[in-house]
Design a protein around this ligand. Structure first.
Ligand SMILES: *Cc1c(COP(=O)(O)O)cnc(C)c1O
Length: 370
C-alpha cells in the first residue's frame, strides 16, 4: 500500500492473468493507437451523501477488464463523463517519465467543474498514474515516436434516472502502448471543413474535455472520411468563420516572418497541453507567438499570397501533424503534394526531444514515474 498525503491509500490487486511476455512483445512490435491495453487499471471511487459528506476512497490498482455498471448508471443516460490524455515516455537509461501531468490534472478539474463532477486532488491524479505505470512498466515502449498513452477518465456511476449531478463517481486510468497516430510517415494530412455541424457553442462544453463533445463531432468526422480527409475543421460560423480547432487537435499557422499564430481561447476551444507547450517552445526559439482570431478567409488568402507558409495541428496523441490541404465542396486550400514545413518539423523535434529526454527540459515539464 502507498499512503499519499491525502490519506488515500492505493492497494494493489495485481492481475492473475497478465499477458505473456511473448504476447506483449508482439503487441509492442506494432502497437498502433488505442488497440491494446496493459494488464492493469488504476481506480479511485467517489461518493457523497445528500448531506455532502464523503469523498475519494478505495484507491486501487486492479486487473484490466470490463466494468460492472448498473444499467441506470447516470453516465449511460446523461453523458456525465470527462477524460484526459497524456503519455509516459521511456528514456535512453530505461527510466520512465511523463510530461506536464499537473496541466492535465488541472484541466481534468476544470472539466469536472463544467460537468458537475467532483474535483480530484492533483496529487491523487499523479499517484494513480504513478501506480499504474509502475505496475505496467514493461508496457512502455522504447521505439522512436512511441510511448505509453495514458487515458484518465471520470464517470458518473450512480444508479438513478433523475436528472441531477451523480453522487457516485469513479475515476480510472487505463494505458495503451502507442506508435505513430496517423501511421508511419509524417505526411501532411487533408482536413475537411465542417459547415453543417459544430462541436461546441457559446456557453457549451467546448472548453471541457468530455465525451459528449466527441459524440457531437463524429458525424462530421464521418463526412470527412467519406471525402478522403483525416480530420475535421470546426469553424465559428456566427463569427466570420473564425477557425476553432479540429475534432481533437489545436491549430497553428506559421507566417512568412517566422511568427506563429493560433486561435485565441474563445471558450469553445479545448486548451491543449501541447498547444500551451508549443507557445513556450516557439518563444524559446525566439519566435513571436500570437493568440488571436483567424478566419477561413485569412487562411485561404494567406496561403495564396504566401503570408501563411505552414499549417499544423497539435495534440498529445499525434504530437504535431502537418496539414497539407483544407477543403470541402467549394474550397480547396493548399496542395496534395505538400511536404512537412521546416518550422513545423523544428518545433516537433524540440517537443519530442524534451519529452523523450534528448533535449534539455528547461521548464521542469518532466515528472519521473519509474
Ligand atoms: C485533447 C484535445 C486537444 C489536445 O489537447 P492536448 O492536451 O494537447 O492533448 C485538442 N482539442 C480537443 C477537442 C481535445 O479533446
Amino acid at each position: 500500500m502507498t499512503q499519499t498525503a491525502h490519506g488515500v491509500e492505493f492497494s494493489q490487486q495485481l492481475s492473475a492473468t497478465p499477458k505473456s511476455a511473448e504476447e506483449r512483445t508482439a503487441i509492442l512490435a506494432n502497437p498502433g493507437f488505442g488497440d491494446y491495453f496493459t494488464d492493469h487499471t488504476a481506480v479511485i471511487d467517489y461518493s457523497v451523501t445528500a448531506e455532502g459528506d464523503g469523498g475519494w476512497h478505495n484507491a486501487r490498482v486492479e486487473a484490466y477488464g470490463p466494468i460492472s455498471l448498473d444499467p441506470s448508471a447516470a453516465v449511460l443516460h446523461y453523458g456525465q463523463e470527462i477524460f484526459e490524455g497524456l503519455k509516459a515516455y521511456r528514456h535512453a537509461d530505461g527510466s520512465i517519465w511523463t510530461f506536464r501531468p499537473d496541466a492535465n490534472a488541472n484541466r481534468l478539474n476544470r472539466s469536472a467543474r463544467r460537468l458537475a463532477l467532483p474535483e480530484l486532488p492533483e496529487e491523487l491524479f499523479l499517484e494513480a498514474i504513478r501506480e499504474l505505470v509502475a505496475a505496467d512498466q514493461e508496457w512502455v515502449p522504447s521505439g522512436d515516436g512511441e510511448a505509453l498513452y495514458l487515458r484518465p477518465f471520470m464517470i458518473a456511476t450512480e444508479a438513478f434516472l433523475g436528472v441531477r449531478a451523480a453522487r457516485e463517481v469513479s475515476f480510472r486510468v487505463i494505458a495503451s502502448p502507442a506508435g505513430n497516430y496517423f501511421g508511419g510517415t509524417l505526411k501532411p494530412i487533408s482536413i475537411w471543413i465542417s459547415r453543417e455541424y459544430a462541436r461546441a457553442g457559446r456557453g457549451g462544453t467546448g472548453a471541457a474535455k468530455c465525451g459528449g463533445n466527441y459524440a457531437a463531432s463524429l458525424i462530421a468526422q464521418q463526412e470527412a472520411e467519406a471525402n478522403g480527409c483525416k480530420q475535421v475543421l470546426f469553424l465559428d460560423q456566427a463569427n466570420d468563420n473564425a477557425v476553432e480547432e479540429l475534432g481533437g487537435m489545436n491549430l497553428f499557422f506559421v507566417m512568412k516572418d517566422g511568427s506563429l499564430v493560433t486561435p485565441a481561447l474563445s471558450g469553445t476551444i479545448l486548451e491543449g497541453v501541447t498547444r500551451m507547450s508549443i507557445l513556450q517552445i516557439a518563444k524559446d526559439m525566439g519566435r513571436t507567438v500570437t493568440e488571436r482570431k483567424i478566419t477561413l478567409d485569412e487562411w485561404r488568402d494567406g496561403v495564396a499570397s504566401g503570408e501563411i507558409t505552414e499549417v499544423f495541428a497539435s495534440g498529445t496523441a499525434a504530437v504535431i501533424t502537418p496539414i497539407g490541404v483544407l477543403r470541402d465542396a467549394t474550397e480547396f486550400i493548399g496542395s496534395e503534394d505538400a511536404t512537412p514545413g521546416e518550422t513545423t518539423m523544428a518545433i516537433r523535434e524540440q517537443l519530442l526531444g524534451i519529452q523523450t529526454g534528448t533535449v534539455e527540459d528547461q521548464h521542469g515539464w518532466l515528472t519521473r514515474l519509474v
